[in-house]
Design a protein around this ligand. Structure first.
Ligand SMILES: N[C@@H](CCC(=O)N[C@@H](CS)C(=O)NCC(=O)O)C(=O)O
Length: 145
C-alpha cells in the first residue's frame, strides 16, 4: 500500500495478465496506484532485483494490498472478490461460477503463459506465430458447456 493507504499494482500496459487485474479493480471501484514494470525496456524490468524481491517469478502483475504482496492474476482477483465482495464478479449459481473459473483457468494456464515473452524466446522467432496460434486455438477449443 502507498502511504495514503492505496494498493499498488505492478503492471505493464500490454500485459493481458495485468489487464485482468486492472479490470477487476475497476469493476470494484478500488482506487490504486500503478508502478509500471516495462517487460522490454532495460532488458526487462521484471528481472531487476527490486522487482524479484516482490515477485520471484519475475512476472507482472503483483499487487501490494492490505499488508501483503500477491502475484498471479487469478489469485489476486479471488482475494479482491473475497475481501471486497461487492459488486460480485462471480455468478451466484455454482454451475455458472464453475464455467467462469474453467474459462479463466484455460486462459491463465492453458493459453496465455504458453506465449509470454520468456517462452517465445525459447521457441525462436520463426516458430512464434504458429506456436501462439496453436496455443490459442487449442485453448479456445477447450471451452464447452
Ligand atoms: N499465471 C500468471 C502469468 C503471469 C505472466 O505470464 N505475466 C507476463 C505478462 S502477461 C510476464 O510478466 N511476462 C514476463 C516474461 O515473460 O519475461 C498470472 O496469471 O499472473
Amino acid at each position: 500500500m502507498t502511504e495514503s493507504g492505496k494498493p499498488i499494482l505492478y503492471s505493464y500496459f500490454r500485459s493481458s495478465c495485468s489487464w485482468r487485474v486492472r479490470i477487476a479493480l475497476a469493476l470494484k471501484s478500488i482506487d490504486y496506484e500503478t508502478v509500471p514494470v516495462n517487460l522490454i525496456k532495460d532488458g526487462g524490468q521484471q528481472f531487476s532485483k527490486e522487482f524479484q524481491a516482490l515477485n520471484p517469478m519475475k512476472q507482472v502483475p503483483a499487487l501490494k494490498i492490505d499488508g501483503i504482496t500477491i502475484g498471479q492474476s487469478l489469485a489476486i482477483i479471488e482475494y479482491l472478490e473475497e475481501t471486497r465482495p461487492t459488486p460480485r464478479l462471480l455468478p451466484q449459481d455454482p454451475k455458472k461460477r464453475v464455467l467462469v473459473r474453467m474459462i479463466s483457468d484455460l486462459i491463465a494456464g492453458g493459453i496465455q503463459p504458453l506465449q509470454n515473452l520468456s517462452i517465445l524466446k525459447q521457441v525462436g522467432q520463426e516458430n512464434q506465430l504458429a506456436w501462439a496460434q496453436k496455443a490459442i486455438s487449442s485453448g479456445f477449443n477447450g471451452v464447452h458447456g
